[in-house]
Design a protein around this ligand. Sequence first.
Ligand code: NI
Length: 204
Amino acid sequence: MNVDPVYSNPNARGQVALTFDDGPNGAYTDEILRTLERNGVDATFFVLGQNAAGNHDTLRRMRDEGHEIANHSWSHPQLTSLSDAGIASELNRTSDEIQAATGQRPSFFRPPYGDRNARVDAVAGANGLRDIIWDVDTRDWARPGSEAIRSSAVNDAQDGSIILMHDGGGNRAQTAAALQQIIDGLRARGLEPVTVPQLLAERE
Ligand code: NI
């Protein structure tokens, strides 16, 4: 298994991937799912195991609506500070939770904070997970306002970009509010949002 991290896929002409980290997170996740569904857009959700637990209905809704569910660790640690066994535990416990909810084991993970090294990627790869980073950071976690989030997502994206946003980890009203204009703006530039595996289908 190739364990090199993925930051984007320039071969995916006319496509980008919208990604949401740290959920599921109640009303913010629900609003994001509604907007995606209304627009016929499939996205990728990097969920925390500790948030997936108790929110299996939301994970099944993501699955049923065509989204990709991926692994963002159980408790959002810096994986590079953990032992190999500690990394494997964080990832496998989360994959187990996702599988319990959806019947499907995830194929992709994103390290919290993007904090990775070759050892993290190797442990993940040995457990069936490919490391997905990003090339467009909207910095939505800092709550810069919906317009700043929209501008970053739309204007910084290129063919094959992976766009980082958050549905969890705090108040994500700005992210949820920006999403419709992000989808409209990307489409106006000829960039259609797809899931991470769809984006990677044009590679390798
Ligand atoms: Ni995170």
